[in-house]
Design a protein around this ligand. Structure first.
Ligand code: GAL
Length: 717
């Protein structure tokens, strides 16, 4: 065949391959479409996570329409890479692309999604670089590939674009910009193909919900997981832990679980995974004592196996070519490696009473982790293992507890797309209070949980401010592995810290129900304002602040965006606006409708920007009109299985309202067999204009842990 004709054939084949890929969108679950481009890797994010969609939740969602014009989506494989293009409208905003720390709005950003320890710049290298984004136009896109994906989130301009930027003369035209208009999100995947998913709205929150449900729904932590946790100094002995627990009790500080850091093991970095007989001579007895006091134990580990570990010899052939701190790296994609590794965890830890793990160092840094030239015995590339290691350890460790019909709730330093349902919260070593809040916001777009842990602080004020945000987060934790800090370490604010910690415990019925909603309908318990109805983007100054960027001196200066990244929604009704060290006043952007002060019930504003001066002892929290917050008494431990608790139901504002209160045994997976209940708390308007509250009856044969119920009308007393 002459070369020209052959070329024509190849080009024709490529074009038709592109077209057929464009047309082959299959609705795989309600409002979720999938297509396959080229020949994707067999091993991807979803195979690593191994989760199934929560179809019951998805079926309850409104019917979805295919959210984009398919002819505007271009998916193609060219020379060892896959390229994707999705259209963007002029006023669309983008959110997501994983756990970013400094930015919420992602339109205009360039990222390489790469699992790594966050290093002070939103460039895609982060603990959970989830290839999922959601648009303000109410749809989501997920790329299921365990690869380092390049993202151009509305930055490139093509000459064949239907909306090309105008060429302007920089000499004379003030409207010239170094970042001309772009009408597409483009991505590059270094592989021969990829699976792509589209999620319908109609709202952005619906698209997020669909993604979360598709990847298994949020985890339902045990009740104790939502209580307070302290991580002790890395070289503590059992007696020192006992002493610390005693002190919590004596001082009246709540505590549900204690984290032991590396020194519980005979050797760490790399690890033996067996107890140090000097510091913990009788782990079983120690944990039984702790359990008697209502305290559970969480163990720090990283997965790198020491030559002195009892499993070293057996696992050696099932590990990668490179070591980490001279420890071998299990290939967790291999069932044989899983078997050897986790069996030790089962017998040495869980059978002796351990309730959860903190799985460290599965993210990076590059200097420590295996390089991308490493080989793994499964034949799966180092890049793919890097992108999924966090998912694999979460899935496999969580299964150990599930096998015992016992829920867990732990910590992990890496995750990725598909990890929504794992009972793990991400943390890191970076320590910027403001950025921790931005990460909390972004966790809600990425199907992950994040803790803004408190470690130590330079001042009492900073300590209190950090503890306040910890209380309004997925895990209320002090991580004192290095500093040994206690909640009372700053005596000037001891009482304020204590009352915040007790508030966390009072709010337990609310937190638990909000997590149950994450599980059942995919609504992230902690999320950004842009997912909130009535939050107008006109409240956000998204334009370039010309006065801040001297475009004359540097015409290529990055557009400075003012975005709302320091306030967030916590559960159905609460808006949290943390205070940071040195601040006495801050502004808060209220979505439309009336908002009320959480502590006093007073009206604070309506669809406007307010300024608040809350004093040191309070973190500003506001409640939506008609909001109902179920609370209980201040207590030191979360209610145990079968333990009754009193309910104080608070209502805020002028409107009637409803709340679904979730209940079950709080510890096992029996809820999967139907052993759970949703009770309806309702506030209605009586003829005399007064509000009254009612609680639906407990269903027969369903869990009912409620004791006395009282109502508190915070606004209309
Ligand atoms: C770090 C981890 C810390 C702490 C420490 C113990 O890598 O992020 O939270 O656990 O290890 O050595």
């Amino acid at each position: 065949m002459p070369r020209k004709i052959l070329l024509g054939f190849i080009v024709g084949f490529l074009i038709s391959a592109t077209l057929s890929a464009q047309q082959a969108w299959e609705e795989v679950a309600p409002g979720i479409w999938k297509t396959i481009v080229g020949n994707p890797d067999d091993f991807n994010l979803l195979t690593a996570a191994g989760v199934s969609p929560k179809l019951d939740g998805l079926k309850k969602m409104p019917a979805g329409v295919f959210p984009l014009d398919p002819s505007q989506i271009v998916l193609e494989v060219t020379e060892n890479q896959t390229q994707l293009r999705f259209p963007l409208q002029r006023d669309e905003q983008l959110f997501g692309f994983g756990l970013n720390f400094k930015t919420v709005h992602q339109r205009g950003r360039i990222l390489r999604l790469h699992v790594d320890h966050y290093g002070d710049g939103d460039n895609g290298r982060t603990h959970a670089p989830v290839p999922f984004y959601v648009s303000s136009a109410g749809y989501g896109v997920f790329v299921n590939a365990a690869r380092y994906i390049d993202v151009y989130a509305g930055t490139g301009s093509r000459k064949d674009s239907p909306n090309p930027p105008e060429a302007r003369d920089r000499n004379t035209d003030n409207a010239w910009t170094s970042r001309p208009y772009s009408d597409a999100v483009e991505m590059r995947i270094p592989a021969q193909g990829a699976e792509v998913y589209l999620f319908a709205g109609p709202t952005s929150l619906d698209a997020v919900r669909r993604y979360n449900l598709f990847t298994g729904g949020g985890p339902l932590p045990p009740r104790w997981g939502l209580g307070f946790t302290q991580r002790v100094h890395r070289l503590f002995t059992d007696d020192q832990v006992r002493e610390e627990v005693r002190e919590f009790e004596q001082r009246g500080f709540p505590l549900d679980f204690v984290g032991l850091e590396p020194g519980w093991q005979s050797k760490s970095y790399p690890n033996t995974f067996v107890w140090d007989s000097g510091r913990f001579p009788d782990p079983e007895g120690f944990m039984a004592d702790m359990m008697d006091k209502g305290i559970r134990i969480n163990l720090w580990v990283n997965p790198f196996v020491s030559p002195d570990s009892p499993i070293y010899k057996d696992i050696l052939p099932l590990t990668g070519s490179h070591t980490v701190w001279a420890g071998v790296v299990p290939d967790f994609t291999l069932p044989a490696a899983q078997e050897i590794f986790w069996k030790l965890f089962e017998s040495e830890h869980i059978a002796k009473g351990v309730s959860g793990y903190k799985v460290d160092e599965v993210d990076g840094y590059d200097q420590w982790l295996w390089p991308d030239v490493a080989r793994f015995p499964s034949g799966i590339s180092a890049e793919q293992i890097r992108q999924t290691y966090g998912l694999l350890v979460q899935k496999q460790s969580a299964a150990l507890f599930r096998n015992k019909n016992q829920r867990t709730y732990g910590l992990v330093r890496a995750s990725n797309g598909g990890g929504t349902s794992f009972p793990y919260v991400i943390y890191n070593d970076y320590y910027n209070h403001r950025d921790f809040i931005t990460a909390l916001i972004n966790s809600g777009y990425a199907g992950v949980l994040w803790t803004p842990e408190a470690r130590a602080s330079k001042t009492a004020e900073e300590w209190l401010r950090r503890m306040q945000t910890v209380v309004f987060s997925p895990m209320a934790m002090i991580n004192a592995w290095a500093s040994g800090t206690k909640p009372w370490s700053y005596p000037e604010v001891e009482e304020e810290v204590k009352s915040m910690a007790l508030l966390r415990m009072q709010m337990m019925p609310y937190w638990y129900s909000e997590f149950a909603k994450y599980h059942a309908d995919g609504t992230p318990p902690f999320r950004g304002m842009n997912l909130e109805e009535g939050f107008s983007s006109s409240n956000q100054q998204l334009t370039i602040a010309d006065e801040e960027a001297d475009l004359e001196a540097n015409p290529y200066a990055e557009a400075i965006r003012k975005e709302v990244k320091d306030q967030y929604m916590a559960g159905e009704y609460l808006l949290v606006a943390p205070m940071f060290e040195g601040e006495t006043t801050r502004s808060v952007v209220l979505p439309s409708g009336k908002w009320f002060d959480f502590y006093t019930g007073e009206l604070v504003g309506e669809g406007e920007v307010i300024s608040v001066t809350p004093g040191l002892e309070r973190i500003p929290v506001f409640v939506k009109d008609g909001g109902i917050i179920p609370m209980t008494e201040a207590r030191l431990h979360a209610p145990a299985k079968g333990e009754k608790y009193n309910l104080e139901i608070r209502h805020y504002g002028e409107k009637p309202g409803n709340y679904l209160l979730y209940d079950d045994d709080g510890e096992s997976f029996d809820y999967e067999k139907g052993d759970y209940s949703w009770r309806k708390l309702s506030v209605s308007d009586q003829r005399n204009g007064k509000l009254t509250g009612s609680v639906s009856k407990a269903e027969k044969d369903k869990p009912d842990n409620l004791d006395q119920i009282t109502w508190r009308f915070m606004t209309n007393q």
